[in-house]
Design a protein around this ligand. Structure first.
Ligand code: HEM
Length: 382
């Protein structure tokens, strides 16, 4: 993962990578600066890779001010802290249902960390339970395909095939969501899609396409990231038995363990930006129209910001980790991810006080440069 670059090139917080044609940024203050200046560092990266623009309307992550603010206000109207807090009992129920399937040995990702967030998002949106499997299949397909395709550089025929299949899944999922949006317009229910249909700020409402695409963004941004958070937190705790014991004994430490896990193994390792004009970052001149990769995973290990950055420490306080980003695009789902992490971890520790990783079956990391986390984490439960 990229945070190793920090050790290899401590002098280079900002540098151009010939191999990717992108500027790589590793330093904490440099990344903070870029995240807090959207006029110079635009989120509209699709303008440099137009072929990657599948769903742009309603895609918050690609918008700059003032459009970003308008859309974010509207969706925040529907996706409120109360909507998230109200999910807590359901998150607990789903976690218990999933834990009921676990035997003495379990594989955390397949058994809990992968299904939990997608079920939560499906229920939040209002996808009927009868469509859950279909929904999950599209999401699996979308994830498996996009995960293997880099949007820069040459694509092999195999990559092309994966890309085509991803686009197919994306298309089917989008059609499905659009159908539901239309139904909610006719007959609102108590779900997020209906709230998005009804949301109104200064006389402006969301279009069908914007709601559909926002639903897709929730899945892309909120599913695997949360899967990684759960796996990584357990992996880090298991590797630090003293701290694991402390957290088991004092559950008020669970949120701090989650924050430290987000710092130590940041699931969403890098965010991209494009320069609107020539600028300077970390003493390096960057021309206009350049793609930047801001490695928040590396910034989270910057010794200028964190003492002993390579030490996992659940008592770290304060912990201004950048795992959810910063500034106007700060993760809209952060409260939900934190809640899912807290509920799932607490319930796991309640039911399986002896829980530990399986010493005879090693964890596997996701082979993705910009997602940090385990895709397989075998556990012994008793
Ligand atoms: C944005 C990380 C979970 C929805 C972001 C950003 C990061 C991030 C780093 C900023 C992207 C940027 O600045 O370009 C994470 C991590 C998660 C997580 C590490 C889990 C541990 C979720 C969940 C949801 C969600 C559960 C919703 C269900 C969003 C949305 C944005 C976003 C909609 C775009 C916000 C905007 O552009 O204004 N997330 N996220 N995320 N996240 Fe998350």
């Amino acid at each position: 993962a990229q945070f190793w670059l920090r050790g290899q090139r401590p002098d280079r917080e900002v540098g151009y990578e010939e191999a990717t044609g992108m500027w790589e940024v590793h330093g904490y203050p440099e990344i903070l600066r870029a995240l807090s200046d959207p006029a110079t560092f635009s989120s509209n990266t699709q303008r440099l890779v137009p072929e990657a623009s599948g769903f742009s309307e309603g895609n918050l992550t690609q918008l700059d001010p003032p459009d970003h603010q308008k859309l974010r206000k509207l969706v925040s109207h529907a996706f409120t802290p109360k909507v998230v807090a109200d999910l807590e009992p359901r998150i607990a129920e789903i976690t218990v249902e999933l834990m009921d399937q676990m035997e003495d040995r379990a594989e955390l990702v397949a058994d809990l960390a992968y299904p939990l967030p997608v079920i939560v998002i499906a229920e939040l949106l209002g996808v009927p339970a009868s469509d859950r499997d279909k929904f999950k299949r599209w999401v699996d397909g979308m994830f498996n395909s996009t995960n293997k395709v880099s949007i820069t550089g040459d694509r092999s025929p195999e990559d092309e095939a994966y890309f085509a299949s991803a686009m197919e899944q994306v298309g089917e999922l989008a059609n499905y969501l659009t159908e539901h949006v239309r139904e909610r317009r006719a007959e609102p229910r108590a779900d997020l899609l209906s709230k998005l249909v009804e949301a109104e700020v200064d006389g402006v409402r969301l279009t069908d396409a914007e709601i559909t695409n926002f639903g897709m963004v929730l899945l892309v941004a909120g599913h695997i990231t949360t899967t990684m958070l759960l796996g990584n937190t357990l992996l880090c705790l298991d590797a630090h038995p003293d701290q694991f014991a402390m957290v088991r004994a004092d559950r008020s430490m669970v949120p701090a363990a989650i924050e430290e896990s987000l710092r130590f193994l940041s699931p969403f390792a890098a965010v991209s930006r494009v320069t609107n004009e020539e600028t300077e970052l970390g003493g390096v001149r960057i021309p206009a129209d350049q793609m930047l990769l801001l490695w928040i995973a590396a910034a989270n290990r910057d010794p200028r910001q964190f003492a002993d950055p390579n030490v996992f420490d659940v008592t770290r306080d304060p912990n201004p980790q950048l795992g959810f980003g910063r500034g106007i695009h700060f993760c809209l789902g952060a409260p939900l991810a934190r809640l899912e992490g807290k509920v799932a971890l607490n319930l796991l520790l309640d039911r399986f006080p002896e829980l530990r990783t399986d010493p005879d079956d090693a964890p596997e990391f996701l082979p993705s440069p910009n997602m940090t986390g385990v895709r397989r984490l075998p556990l012994l439960l008793r």
